[in-house]
Design a protein around this ligand. Sequence first.
Ligand code: SF4
Ligand code: SF4
Length: 96
Amino acid sequence: MPEIPGNRPYKESSAGLSPKANASCSACGLCADTCPAGVIDRKNPKMTDKSKCISCMRCVAVCPKHARKVSGFMTAVAGMAIKKACSFRKECELFL
Ligand code: SF4
Ligand code: SF4
């Protein structure tokens, strides 16, 4: 068994960044069709199961109306939380 660095047990993700659809949403359903976690309601794309959202932002990227957004406040909070860990470059490591 290779020895892989890291702190265990791994922490649960707590980013809490779940995009919401605003009034520009045309209910086309594209975000629901492409969400990898399947947490956007196809019949009502404004409904998202935040507890299962993995904060990948695919729905934001694919929305043709630019209707899905994350709260600026929550983005700022998440930015502060990861600032220390992401303030220096980490080289890639390969384990074979
Ligand atoms: S992709 Fe955009 S416009 Fe289409 S349902 Fe989702 S949020 Fe609404
Ligand atoms: S951020 Fe990712 S997981 Fe969350 S609703 Fe959008 S596409 Fe789905």
